[in-house]
Design a protein around this ligand. Structure first.
Ligand SMILES: O=C(O)CCC(=O)C(=O)O
Ligand SMILES: [Fe+2]
Length: 284
């Protein structure tokens, strides 16, 4: 599977087609003939044409409604935030998409303990696919993983409480922590963390807690080489550093959130992360 990137040249060409009176359907057909995948073409067409009309996502009736999202208190632009039991550094903050890189979210001991407590329970990662019943092993994701239940251990509870304070988001609206281990060569191809409204399994998944609206990827070690978290739409690469974390939020299940992201291949050593997904509603 290759990832097709929507470049400025492509956007310019789409606008030229529209200006020349070519219908969006015809433009889509031309793109298909040149090897573009339909979902990518449709996204490129929608984004480009709407932007040229000056529509914001909130003004656009064809998009899913935006909802409140978790958000750290960054207004004062302090480079340290108190998370209830620990001071956390703010290393990078971006507004659209909202991406915040935190330093020292977890202590070294907490990272080591998460690895130790999850290691014996790892198995090949699954992702949600088009099948009715949920998940299956997928080549897009070559890590090993496991889920803790929310509040399963004292350490899970401590981290979950800290994240709830840091992000002003109810503890009850969080999934259990997921731990992933990537060996050399393992990666997680770019994806969105929200559930695709078009997937057959999504309606069932949403009954428990609603959509995902935010993600925290916490680095449990510093890989020797590789394994950064990449955001292809915005050209951002977050280097994994033990104890640090990258947070991002998405107020609607749509590409306009620009939260496409992945784990790039680990080159040397292992990469361990704990991921926390935050839901719109109570996840129980
Ligand atoms: O490993 C990473 O850097 C990204 C992980 C991720 O995207 C996820 O767990 O959903
Ligand atoms: Fe993800």
């Amino acid at each position: 599977m290759s990832i097709q990137v929507i470049t400025p040249e492509l956007r310019r060409w789409i606008l030229e087609q529209a200006e020349a009176g070519v219908s969006p359907e015809q433009t889509l057909a031309s793109m298909r003939n040149s090897g573009w995948e339909d979902p990518v073409s449709i996204r490129a067409l929608e984004e480009t044409l709407k932007k040229s009309l000056g529509l914001t996502p909130d003004q656009d009736p064809s998009l899913p409604r935006g909802v409140p999202v978790p958000e750290p208190a960054l207004e004062g632009m302090s480079n340290k935030l108190w998370a209830g039991d620990r001071e956390v550094e703010v290393l990078v903050a971006m507004k659209h998409p909202r991406v915040v890189v935190f330093g020292g979210l977890l202590s070294d001991d907490e990272c080591d303990a998460m690895v130790a407590q999850s290691e014996s329970r790892l198995s090949r990662s699954e992702t949600v696919t088009l099948t009715q019943d949920g998940s299956e092993v997928n080549s897009a994701r070559t890590s090993d993983g496991m889920f803790f239940d929310r509040g399963e251990t004292e350490l899970c509870r401590r981290i979950e409480t800290r994240l709830a304070k840091l992000l002003h988001w109810p503890l009850e609206n969080g999934e259990g922590l997921q731990v992933l281990r990537y060996k050399p060569g393992a990666e997680y191809l770019p994806h969105y963390d929200y559930f695709d409204p078009q997937h057959a399994s999504t309606a069932t998944i949403l009954k428990r807690g609603g959509q995902r609206v935010g993600t925290v990827v916490m680095y449990l070690n510093t890989p020797e080489r590789g394994g950064s978290t990449i955001f292809p739409d915005i050209g951002l690469e977050v280097l994994p550093v033990k104890g640090n974390a990258v947070f991002f939020s998405y107020d609607r299940p749509h590409a306009t959130t620009r939260t496409l992201h992945g784990g790039s291949p680990v080159v040397a050593g292992e990469k361990w992360v704990a991921t926390k997904w935050l839901r719109e509603g109570v996840f129980d």
